[in-house]
Write a new protein. Structure first.
Lengths: 146, 146
DNA sequence: ATAAAACCTCACGTTAACTTGAGGTAAAGC
DNA sequence: GCTTTACCTCAAGTTAACGTGAGGTTTTAT
């Protein structure tokens, strides 16, 4: 009963993502389905959780690729349980911690940095940060969408 | 002397960005230049500061579009001074504050959220955050690049 | 004076995470 | 039984922020 076969439309409605997104996720190996007689996708109920985890992770800024990697470390056949998800939670939480730390340092540097005239390519602590952000590469971190 | 004409190659070397990036920024209206006899770009020295500010802002996760908007509010003809840059600094710092606040709430929600089994589309505080992140839209915030 | 380095424009390529559309099949409602 | 939804595949389009390469000109160095 719990593994009832859900249609793609139902899953889309329940999770708030588009059908095309589900196709896309499947193609990327993030979710799985089987087909019914008429070649239509059917899902196990745990796909809902899976998708919500994907969405949660995306909110944390984790890429689909990275999510996929993480999922690979999870039980492939067995439906993942609380403990499995909790591990992901912990991992991503640590990443958040680092992110917060970096941004805080950045904010504190910013205080007076541009204003004080130090903003040159050579020695500005913002342009040349010495903390975690460096390791993360020059990736964008969206703050606003004006 | 201070407004000496700098070549695109020099500016590229000094700022660490590629020549094509400077072309791109100019096309986007982020920087300006004039041409010499042979149709080659020349820059005022303050383009260096401008580019470092762009790069700093990008580290903060601000999009070029948003940077452009912000630049529009700056003195167009007069070379911007410390005070002008300091205003930008303040503005972006406030955005950082909000970002940090959001991430902190997110991290705290995450603590136990997935593990406790509440992660459903309807009531998970991560999937349905009630704070600033909501306003920011469903934008990615890159954490890692595995 | 000539070769090498720097510069120019313009068009197309790149990545992520999707969305849209065309052309056709299956399932559901009445 | 017929029509409307729902679903299928596959190709191509979208956005941001550039990078790449071709084909040609200008500057600089020797």
């Amino acid at each position: 009963m719990e593994d009832a076969n859900l249609s793609v439309g139902y899953v889309a409605k329940r999770t708030g993502v588009k059908v095309s997104t589900l196709h896309f996720y499947e193609q990327k190996g993030l979710i799985r389905s089987w087909r019914n007689q008429g070649n239509q996708r059917r899902y196990k109920r745990d796909v809902l959780r899976r998708i919500s985890v994907i969405k949660a992770a995306q909110r944390l800024g984790i890429s689909l690729l990275s999510i996929h990697q993480t999922f690979l470390g999870m039980p492939n056949e067995r439906t993942p349980d609380k403990k499995d998800w909790a591990q992901l939670s912990k991992r991503w939480q640590q990443q958040l911690d680092r992110q917060i730390h970096s941004l805080t340092k950045l904010r504190d540097s910013l205080d007076g940095c541009i204003g004080c005239g130090c903003l040159s390519m050579q020695n500005c602590p913002i342009y040349n940060p010495d903390d975690v952000l460096e390791e993360q590469g020059p990736g964008p971190v969206i703050l606003d969408r004006e």
